[in-house]
Design a protein around this ligand. Structure first.
Ligand SMILES: C[S@@+](CC[C@H](N)C(=O)[O-])C[C@H]1O[C@@H](n2cnc3c(N)ncnc32)[C@H](O)[C@@H]1O
Length: 224
C-alpha cells in the first residue's frame, strides 16, 4: 500500500536510465568504490561469498569476483544487468547476476561473508527499512560484514534531507534520501559499527570510484 503512494519511485524507470551508457553519470565509470578497495587493504575482507544489492552495471561485483569472492549480484534493471554481463565477460570475471527485486531474493540463512550496497539503500522507502535490515542480517554469516555507500544529507550529490513522514506527504524520496552519521548508526544499530566515514574523492589516475557527497559505512554482524 505504501509503495503505491510513492508515485515518483513507482514511475522511475531504471532501464531507461541505463539505456544511454554515454550519459555523464559518475557511477557509470567502470572502477570499484574506493572504500571497498580499502576494506581489502585494511584486511576486513579477503575472500568468501558476497552479495551485492542493486549492483547496476556491476563494477563492484566484478571487482569482488576478481579479488576471489564468489559473488551473487542483484538488480531489478535488465538493462543494467545486460551491461554488467558484458563488462564481466570482457574481464573474464564470473559473477552470478540476478534479475530480481532485493526483497524477493531467496537464500539460506548465513550464506554470505559480505553484503555490499553502493547506492541502492538511499532509494529504499522508510517503510521497507525493517525488511532491508532483516534481509542483510539473514544473508550474513555471524561476524560477516555489511558495507554501504549512500547519500550524505544535503550533500554534493543532493541526498534529500526530508523526514520519513515527509516522504509520504510528498509521495517521493526526492531522487534519493540523504543520511547523517547519527541516522545511519540508528538505522543499522543491530550491527557493530566498524567504520563510518565520507567517501574519499579520488584522483583521475587511481582507477577507483570516489566522489564527495557519499557516506561509506562498514558494519559487522555479531558473532553469536
Ligand atoms: C544508484 S544505482 C547504483 C548502481 C551500482 N550499485 C553502482 O554503484 O554502480 C542504484 C541501483 O539500485 C537498483 N535498485 C533500486 N531498488 C532496487 C530493488 N528494490 N531491488 C533491486 N535493485 C534495486 C537500481 O536498479 C539501480 O541499478
Amino acid at each position: 500500500m505504501l509503495d503505491e503512494l510513492l508515485t515518483d519511485e513507482k514511475c522511475f524507470n531504471w532501464d531507461e536510465f541505463y539505456s544511454d551508457r554515454d550519459k555523464k553519470i559518475p557511477f557509470f565509470i567502470n572502477f570499484p568504490d574506493e572504500n571497498l578497495a580499502s576494506y581489502f587493504e585494511k584486511g576486513y575482507v579477503s575472500t568468501g561469498k558476497a552479495l551485492e544489492l542493486g549492483c547496476g552495471p556491476g563494477r563492484n561485483a566484478i571487482y569482488l569476483a576478481e579479488k576471489g569472492f564468489v559473488v551473487d549480484a542483484v538488480d531489478l534493471s535488465i538493462e543494467a544487468l545486460e551491461w554488467a554481463g558484458e563488462r564481466a565477460k570482457e574481464r573474464n570475471a564470473s559473477v552470478n547476476f540476478l534479475s530480481r527485486n532485493i526483497f524477493e531474493l531467496e537464500f539460506s540463512e548465513g550464506t554470505y561473508d559480505l553484503v555490499y550496497d553502493s547506492g541502492c539503500f538511499h532509494h529504499i522507502a522508510p517503510h521497507r527499512r525493517m525488511s532491508y535490515i532483516k534481509l542483510v542480517m539473514k544473508a550474513l554469516k555471524p561476524g560477516g560484514y555489511f558495507a554501504i555507500t549512500c547519500f550524505v544529507e544535503g550533500g554534493k550529490l543532493g541526498g534529500s534531507a526530508i523526514s520519513d513522514l515527509e516522504v509520504y506527504k510528498l509521495r517521493s524520496l526526492q531522487g534519493g534520501l540523504g543520511f547523517t552519521e547519527e541516522k545511519l548508526k540508528k538505522i543499522f544499530h543491530e550491527f557493530e559499527v566498524v567504520e563510518i566515514r565520507r567517501m574519499r574523492e579520488v584522483s583521475e589516475n587511481e582507477e577507483l570510484f570516489g566522489v564527495e557527497g557519499l557516506w561509506a559505512g562498514l558494519f559487522q554482524k555479531g558473532s553469536l
